[in-house]
Design a protein around this ligand. Structure first.
Ligand code: ADP
Ligand code: MG
Length: 373
């Protein structure tokens, strides 16, 4: 190993930890001394990696939060920080953002699973769709919200235990579902606010009935092909509400129905996905926001928007996110550190349309209708 290079890196680590306040001060006989996480191993790559021992009281998240402040001073574009055991971290110096380059979406999805994206450590963020929480997705125009949603729906459309429901003012999201078993639970376009309300009332009525008929020994419904999960997607939420508000009473009732699905729906197999440019209080009430425990932000206008969904985000991360590429997002979920990830990309809109049609053709009931459409 080049000793001078190693020495320089050791110093750079020490100084940048001090600057980023990833350190503690201890009293010694000769006065106060700053201690930083000790470098216990160094590999001058590429990729160059440091194995460091966290200081008492530090967590891996503390290092991750400081990463944007540390990286440039270590001569890196970004850092990949992985836990090693309980109190060590492996820090890889990257010369490019690890989220550069698209993430392909493999279809069909593994049964019962859904891929949300890939994180900075190249880990796939997959989960059981049955464990999905109510979700809110925000981001400025052309930041990747719809593409993310296309990915979700393309993965889920084939599963008999899911119905893709909801309201799509754009008309694009649900268009490929025409003629499928899903279509009866979908409203598209902006022509008829009353249609929005009828759909939501039907969903609420079904939710109420499911809750009433829950077996005595269960507090949540087990979804099945007979009682499928209702994935209620509300695309372009601000526009949706604007359309509903053409009739004041409809606007009110639409909000009440959505509030009820959020509050009571999870145990009855309902999941709500709200897609909006900015999750500000005038559009998504604090209550609705609080009910959505999976929160995803594609590029936002400013740090304040990031704070709306991800309180406590390090300032520099929030600021950096205002220039994120399409498809790159921040994700918060209960019990997990804030995760930066890249959503999968299926190809363009045409690929989405084909994927949905194909997924629904396998459908025993409506396959023929879908093929004809
Ligand atoms: N995950 C992604 N990977 C690669 N490119 C993406 C991704 N998401 C979005 N894009 C690009 O950005 C464009 C806009 O994305 P879109 O989802 O339509 O934005 P939004 O719905 O937020 O307005 C897409 O047409 C695509 O070219
Ligand atoms: Mg969109």
């Amino acid at each position: 190993m080049d000793e001078r290079e190693a020495d320089a890196l050791w110093w750079a680590w020490r100084r940048s930890c001090e600057g980023a306040e990833l350190c503690t001060q201890v009293e010694t006989a000769t006065g106060p001394t700053v201690v930083v996480p000790e470098v216990v191993e160094m590999v001058l790559g590429p990729p160059t990696t440091l194995l460091v021992k966290l200081l008492p009281g530090q967590l891996i998240g503390d290092v991750r939060r400081a990463a944007l402040r540390l990286a440039p001073h270590l001569g890196a574009a970004a850092l990949r920080v992985q836990p090693v055991g309980r109190i060590h971290a492996r820090i890889e110096l990257l010369d490019a953002d690890p989220l550069t380059g698209t993430v392909a979406l493999q279809l069909p999805a593994a049964p019962g699973r859904v891929l949300l994206g890939r994180d900075e450590g190249a880990r796939e963020l997959t989960q059981d769709w049955a464990d999905l929480a109510h979700t809110i997705v925000q981001g400025v125009t052309r930041s990747g919200k719809s593409v993310f949603t296309y990915g979700l729906l393309a993965q889920m459309a084939a599963d008999q235990r899911i119905t893709v429901c909801g309201i799509d003012p754009t008309g694009l999201l649900f268009r490929p579902f025409a003629g499928t078993r899903h279509a009866a639970h979908q409203v598209s376009g902006v022509a008829d606010p009353h249609a929005y309300l009828r759909l939501l009332h039907d969903l609420v009525a079904e939710m109420d009935e499911r809750i009433t008929s829950l077996p005595a020994d269960r507090d949540t419904l087990e979804v099945s092909a007979e009682a499928p999960m209702r994935l209620v997607v509300l695309e372009e939420y601000a526009g949706l509400l604007r359309t509903a508000d053409q009739d004041k009473q409809v606007g009110k009732d639409v909000r009440v129905a959505i509030g009820r699905l959020l509050a009571e729906g999870a145990k009855a197999g309902f999941r709500v996905v709200i897609i909006v440019q900015r999750a500000e209080a005038t559009i998504v009430g604090a209550y609705e926001r609080a009910m959505c425990s999976l929160r995803i932000s594609f590029r936002t206008d400013n740090q304040t928007s990031v704070e709306l969904l991800h309180p406590g985000t390090p300032r520099e991360l929030g600021e950096a996110h205002t220039t994120a590429l399409p498809g790159i997002a921040l994700l918060s979920a209960p019990g997990e550190d804030l995760t930066r990830f890249r959503a999968p990309f299926l190809g363009g809109y045409g690929a989405y349309v084909r994927a949905v049609i194909e997924a629904c053709q396998a459908d025993p009931d409506t396959g023929a209708a879908a093929a004809a459409a």
